[in-house]
Design a protein around this ligand. Sequence first.
Ligand SMILES: Cc1cc2nc3c(=O)[nH]c(=O)nc-3n(C[C@H](O)[C@H](O)[C@H](O)COP(=O)(O)O)c2cc1C
Length: 215
Amino acid sequence: MTQHILSVAESIRTRRTVRHYRQDPVPAAHLDALLDLANEAPTSWNLQDRAIVVVSSAEGRAALTLATGGQPQPQEAPVMLVFVAEPGSWRQDHSDVHEQAMRLGAWNAEFSTGFGAASEAFQLGLEQRGLLREYAVKDAMIAASFVMLAATELGLATSPMNGWDEDAVKKAIGVDGREDLAIALLVSVGYAAAEPRHPGRRDRSRVVHLERYRG
Ligand SMILES: Cc1cc2nc3c(=O)[nH]c(=O)nc-3n(C[C@H](O)[C@H](O)[C@H](O)COP(=O)(O)O)c2cc1C
C-alpha cells in the first residue's frame, strides 16, 4: 500500500501542537530531510542568520526540560530542535553566500555588490533602532515553521515552544552567557502519543482586513 503524501495545504490543516510522544526514535533520514528543508527557509537579505541545534541526548533534553519549567515535550520527544537567531551575523563574512548565488546564476557581480552594500546600510539602521534581534528572530521563526509543516508531511508530530528561560536554554546548548545570540523557538519532534483536537480559529473575517486595519 502506498502512503498518501500530504500536500502543503493538508500539512497546514492537520498540524497540531502535540505535547505527548511515543518513545519511537525519529528516523535519521526524516531528521535529515527536516533539517535540509529548514535550511531552505528564506532569510532577510539572504543573511541565513539562524542556526538549529539538534538536541536528542538524555542530558540535553533534561536540561531543556528544566529550562521549559518541566513541560512534557523535552521529556518525551526524542528530538528537540532549538532555533537560534544570530543578530550579529551580518557583521561576519558572507562572501560564501555571494559566491554561491553567483555560481548558481541567481545574482551577477553587479547585483552582489549593490545588494551587499544595501544590506549593510539596512542592518546599520536596524542596529541604531535596536531591531537586529527582532529581525534575526523572524528569520529563525520562518525556518521553524517550515520544519513543523515538513514534519507533518512525514507523519511526525511537533510542538512549537516559547515557554522557557532563555539563559537556561543557552546553557543547555553550550552558549551560556552569549549575548550576541537569541533563542527564537524550541520545536519538539517525534511520534504522537496523543491526538489533540483542533482548538479552532477565530473566523477569517475577523483576521483578514481589506486595505486598512480595522479597529
Ligand atoms: C510561538 C509559539 C509558542 C508556543 N509555546 C508553547 C509552549 O511553550 N508550550 C506548549 O505546550 N505549547 C506552546 N505553543 C502551542 C500553542 O499553544 C498552540 O499552537 C495553540 O494552542 C494552537 O494549537 P495548534 O497548534 O494545535 O493549532 C506555542 C505556539 C506558538 C505559535
